[in-house]
Design a protein around this ligand. Structure first.
Ligand SMILES: Nc1ncnc2c1ncn2[C@@H]1O[C@H](COP(=O)(O)OP(=O)(O)OP(=O)(O)O)[C@@H](O)[C@H]1O
Ligand SMILES: [Mg+2]
Length: 511
């Protein structure tokens, strides 16, 4: 017996000024299934879901729910019809507490004498129960701004569970989650399935798609190139469907090298400690041509180390040397001026200037580097700005109507490419990449790895922090394993395997 169809989207088309985001997209969601949406950055996945949740009006096409055909939905309709979304760009309100976020617009009230007041007791109890369901161990009164990205996401999921839902859309829910958090999310998803809800799951991570999905629809250039049962496809099939060509595999076998000890030392960190103790006497060397990766469990403190190197967190002691000369990095500003660049994680919060267009976001750093008088931008050379941005747009294949477009109009993955482009445009000596390919599609990932290799070959220093081991193994020549604020092991590429890295990162690595 075929499960009931909860939602059907028919021949949906969506045009934005200068871009056709969806050309002719049909798609349906059944009760009790996880329907995966897969496609390259800018393929139209988020747009399709925003049409279903009433954020965008389709140019043409329709949506059928409960036998009723709609030309478009308003956010209110979508809400009434039980369509919940956990957006790629999180929508929790930072200044409110967790429990207030959970019940925005639906605060439980109680009657006191002649007027209604918010029933905080009830709210707290219900919030606690919801947090427990998503596996979050926090007091519901905590302000959301104090939470990590993954915790904010858990709040979003709890919010979707707080009300009755027919369809729950998760747009890249696992992008910032740790391994355990993903396990927990999958358990929540399975429970929702068992209750007969339909789940739309968007992700660029193929292994998890194959694990959690029941059906998969591949989008390419705004159209459906196929809907399949997950059990009928392999990861390779999916990649070929979404990219329309084979991508380069076994990247590491072609490029990684061993034995950099003889090479010139490009960059060196000596005995670096953070004032708050989150990095303790860390030393490492980066040689010419070498890509050095940092592996470790999430929370091991790799980003904290890099923040200190980059001057974004106070150091207690330690030296940083570029080409054998000590440089000062008391602030990110000073670090940038002295030749460092850092592509940070958490880009949705701190990554770019939302009110700037693409070209301004990209060409910002060369100005910071060359500006006099403390970095006031002063006179900006418009032609330079444009040239700079066009160069990065080409190199990274940023999908946009023009570089004058606001970054907020780009797809998630393309926003990430703008951030990368900015740091590449800065022409820094040393580039620190912290989770550089979060939200980037499979094909573009391979291209970014190739780009990192080019940078290293051209004499730049490349440091990479990533929670995806396959990524580190694919790009790095040397992998340092980090645990609790210290480097515990260093593996040359030839000795690095997932098993011995995980072992070193967890326990057995101190010998
Ligand atoms: N508000 C908007 N204004 C103009 N163009 C937009 C807007 N929203 C999306 N687009 C464009 O529509 C296309 C599809 O974007 P969408 O966000 O749906 O992609 P996606 O498949 O979710 O990609 P990603 O994997 O990078 O998140 C892109 O070219 C994007 O720039
Ligand atoms: Mg998207």
């Amino acid at each position: 017996m075929q499960a009931q169809t909860l939602v059907q989207m028919k021949h949906v088309r969506k045009e934005f000024p200068g871009v056709t985001a969806l050309s002719d997209m049909s798609f349906d969601i059944r009760a009790g299934e996880v329907h995966v949406l897969l496609g390259e950055n800018g393929a139209g996945k988020s747009t399709l879901m925003k049409i279903l949740s009433g954020v965008h009006k389709p140019t043409s096409g329709s949506i059928v729910i409960d036998g009723k055909e709609y030309k478009s939905l308003t956010p209110h309709d979508a809400d009434r019809l039980g369509i919940r979304v956990i957006y790629q760009e999180l929508s929790v309100i930072p200044t409110l507490s967790i429990r207030e976020n959970l019940f925005v617009g639906r605060l439980p009230v109680k009657k006191r004498a002649f007027f209604h007041t918010v029933d905080y007791g009830k709210m707290q109890r219900r919030a606690e129960a919801l947090l427990q369901r998503v596996g979050m161990h926090r007091d519901a009164r905590t302000p959301v701004e104090d939470l990590s990205i993954s915790e904010k996401q858990q709040v979003e999921i709890a919010k979707a569970l707080a009300v009755d839902s027919r369809v729950i859309i998760m747009d890249e829910p696992t992008a910032s989650l740790t391994h355990e958090e993903v396990r927990h999310l999958f358990a929540v998803i399975r429970a929702l399935k068992a209750q007969g809800r339909g789940i739309v799951f968007i992700s660029h991570k193929l292994p998890e798609i194959l694990e959690i999905g029941d059906r998969v629809t591949v989008l390419k250039d705004g159209a459906n190139v196929g809907t399949k049962q997950i059990t009928d496809v392999t990861a390779d099939d999916l990649v070929t469907m979404m990219v329309g060509r084979q991508i380069r595999k076994n990247y590491q076998n072609e490029s990684a090298q061993n034995g950099f000890e003889q090479e010139e030392v490009l960059f060196e960190v000596k005995g670096l400690s953070r004032r708050d103790g989150k990095a303790r006497a860390v030393s490492f060397r980066l040689h010419k041509g070498e890509i050095l990766g940092f592996a470790g469990l999430v929370g091991a403190g790799r980003s904290e180390l890099m923040n200190a190197v980059f001057g974004a967190a106070p150091k207690r002691s330690g030296k940083i040397l570029l080409h054998g000369k000590e440089i000062r990095t008391k602030s990110p500003y000073q670090a940038i001026r002295n030749g460092l660049a850092m592509v940070t994680e958490n880009r949705r919060e701190t990554g770019f200037f939302h009110n700037f267009d693409i070209k301004q976001n990209i060409s910002l750093l060369p100005f910071v580097k060359t500006a006099r008088g403390g970095g006031t931008l002063g006179l900006i050379d418009r032609r330079f700005e444009k040239r700079c941005a066009e160069q990065q747009r080409k190199a990274l294949r940023i999908k946009c109507a023009s570089v004058n477009q606001p970054v907020t109009e780009l797809s998630g993955g393309n926003q990430q490419k703008v951030i990368l482009g900015r740091w590449l445009a800065a022409q820094s000596e040393i580039l620190i990449f912290d989770e550089p390919t979060k939200g980037i599609d499979v094909g573009s990932k391979a291209e970014i790895y190739a780009l990192m290799r080019e940078l290293a070959d051209s004499g730049k220093g490349v440091l990479v922090v990533s929670s995806e081991l396959p990524e580190l193994l694919a790009v790095c020549d040397t992998i340092a394993v980090y645990r609790e604020g210290e480097i515990v092991r260093v593996f040359p590429h030839s000795a690095a395997t997932e098993e011995n890295i995980v072992l070193a990162a967890t326990a057995g690595g101190t010998e």
